[in-house]
Design a binder for this molecule. Sequence first.
Ligand SMILES: [Fe+2]
Length: 378
Amino acid sequence: MFWPVCPVDVRLTDPKGGQNAVRAWLDSPRRLLTLASRSRLAALNLAPFLTALQGDGHAVQLVTDIPVNPTVDDVAALLTRLRQQPFEPTAILAIGGGSCIDLGKAVSALYHVLEKPTPQAVRDAVNRKAYAQPHPCVELIAMPTTAGTGSEVTRWATLWDPQEKRKLSIDHAQVFPRGAAIVPEWTVEMPAALTLSTGLDALSHAMEAYWSVSRNPLSQELALLAAAKVRDALPLALAEPENEAARREMSLASLLAGLAFSQTRTTACHSISYALTLLHGIPHGFAVALTLASVMRRNAKAVPEMDRLFAVFDEREGFEVWLEGVTHGVQPLCLSAFGVAERDLSAICEAAFTQGRMDNNPVAFTPADVLEILNENL
Ligand SMILES: [Fe+2]
């Protein structure tokens, strides 16, 4: 049983088409909270777009300090700022990578829930799913500037809680964006390490959707398409950063993988990755890709149709050879390259079991299995 419908109005288009889609979605005057870093605004020359939105009658409130991996403190600070001004947003436009879109989702879900948005109040509200009670979420529009997170087509947002050393998840159908304007041309601006990490995140979404306990025929076909696109387009996008065809393929791969894992959720690789990011600051895409090969090998025995996923990379001498090739010269993909030592592994292992992710893996891993996987990738 699966629900093969994505409720997000998605456009894969050029900059003008993306901007026109956003203007059409905002069909009446709004108080528009716009989240976009200064560097994105400048690199993508977005000032005329924001002026056009104001010309359409929207009151635009621009927030440019977009944190990487937003925390409960970041969300509390932004919500407090909006209350104090006061600026009651009636729509949110998030222009950026996964962190920016997730910050937008958090504001969307929590703005009408929290009167006094302290970090503790945000933590409590997320833990007890206060955002799930019937209430108006603020309408969100996403314009991704990376190709990988798929956040524009999922119903969840990741927040981090460094104090309690936990990754939190907002998870509700109301969190789906109203629309997503995907502009591959914008991803040309990404430096190599970001192209690689976000591309590997997309690949992880595809592969984990493929073998997930919750897999279904549709998610698997989407996942195979996405994996094949990443296989061909990611090396090309790294070798020729301005190759628009490769960038378009990566945006499409990210979208297909996003649609796949929006139905299944992720598995052991993402579960382990949260500990790697939380405890050692490893960027998300690298943190998930680090264990892909080890987890894939172990999962093969529980997923009869795994041959089709192996076959995607057999055309390139197998997955591990491909992975080594694509990361070469950009980022060595082993834990020690990120400063992780053998003595750190037991703490990572302890924090690696995320409910809803590890138990979504087709093989039930024990702490000893996870330790072995970490050791393989030291
Ligand atoms: Fe991810």
